[in-house]
Design a protein around this ligand. Structure first.
Ligand code: F6P
Length: 336
């Protein structure tokens, strides 16, 4: 029987994590459960840093970015010794189930821990990278895209006024999701992402023709050709895992002799007030996760797919989420 659960946020913070914690705590209390809030993710479980949460503990946080429980990346939890200590905390505090709010790395860890120690673990996908397979979207990714988009709209003003090229670096070490989405929504002219090979060589030729993989020569060719057609600004979005905005901007200047500037948006994209979409997703999934634990579910994440709340086994959720890379990339080029 489930009487006491614990909730933690882990990995990179995402806007909407607080709204998720609030939903978990209040829905659980409504079902007569006790909720322990674990601080700094897995680190808090290893070091027994937690406290009992009540209705009031989560007041006034629905509109706040970040996470009141704090979050961390925890290499110690990747070791058997670390996980064993975390299990001791679970046993000592009579925790019957764990709700893990995080992204791909967090679910990988929960998958290993939950199975090894027979601790029911339910995930709630929250990551700006939208990196959970089997669900449409993670909590926080919509907010991050809107934040990056606001910046790109501003950059467009100066790009147009000064007739310049901009290379804008967005987050995504392993995923081009944010880059593709903001490039589309911002009407950007090119996008460079980890999922698509990026060739920086300057003398590329495939069968005598320019290749349509992403390569600097093609990008520079398009810029110069665009210039001749009267195009006065050019924004190239690059995901951090695919290259450095500063390096790419330098090369473009060298190859085209056109003024190019680099902007790195960085952690600006992780903070800020969650959008209505991120909050509503957080609330729906918070409730669903509590229901899952009460039903006796384990080793899976809740999520939204095609407008419905579903569950996906961690085994599948942690595999690489495929993006419609080629279609979206071609669309960006068609619209340029
Ligand atoms: O949480 C995901 C993410 O924001 C990635 O997009 C990014 O590569 C990474 O975290 C940055 O991590 P950190 O804040 O630990 O440097």
């Amino acid at each position: 029987m489930i009487e006491r659960i614990a909730v933690l946020t882990t990995g990179g913070d995402a806007p909407g994590m607080n709204a998720t914690i609030r939903a978990v705590v209040r829905c659980a209390i409504n079902k007569k459960l006790e909720v322990m809030g674990v601080f700094r993710g897995w680190w808090g479980l290893i070091n027994e840093e937690m406290k009992l949460l009540n209705h009031r503990s989560v007041s006034g946080i629905i509109n706040q970015g970040g996470t009141i429980l704090k979050t961390a990346r925890c290499p110690e939890f990747e070791t058997e010794e670390g996980r064993k200590r975390a299990f001791n905390t679970v046993k000592k505090n009579a925790i019957d189930g764990l709700i893990v709010i995080g992204g791909n790395g967090s679910f990988k860890a929960a998958h290993i821990f939950g199975r090894k120690y027979n601790v029911p673990c339910i995930g709630i996908p929250a990551s700006i990278d939208n990196d959970i397979n089997g669900v449409d979207v993670t909590i926080g990714s919509d907010t991050a895209i809107n934040t990056a988009l606001a910046a790109i709209d501003n950059i467009r003003d100066t790009a147009t006024s000064m007739e310049r090229i901009f290379v804008v670096e967005v987050m995504g070490r392993e995923s081009g999701y944010i880059a593709l989405e903001v490039a589309l929504a911002g009407g950007c002219e090119d996008v460079i992402i980890p999922e698509k090979k990026f060739d920086t060589s300057t003398s590329l030729s495939v069968n005598g023709e320019r290749s349509r993989t992403i390569d600097l020569e093609s990008i520079c060719h398009d810029i110069v050709e665009g210039n001749l057609r009267g195009k006065i600004s050019w924004i190239i979005v690059v995901a951090e895992g695919a290259g450095s905005a500063f390096d790419i901007a330098k090369k473009i200047t060298e190859m085209t002799s056109l003024e190019t500037r680099a902007v790195v948006l960085g952690h600006v994209q992780r903070g800020g007030r969650p959008t209505a979409f991120s909050r509503i997703l957080a609330i729906n999934l918070g409730e669903a996760a509590v229901e899952c634990l009460l039903k006796g579910d384990s080793d899976k994440t809740v999520g939204m797919r095609d407008g419905k709340i579903i569950t996906v086994d961690f085994e599948l959720a942690i595999t690489k989420k495929e993006l419609e890379v080629d279609r979206l990339y071609n669309l960006i080029k068609v619209l340029t």
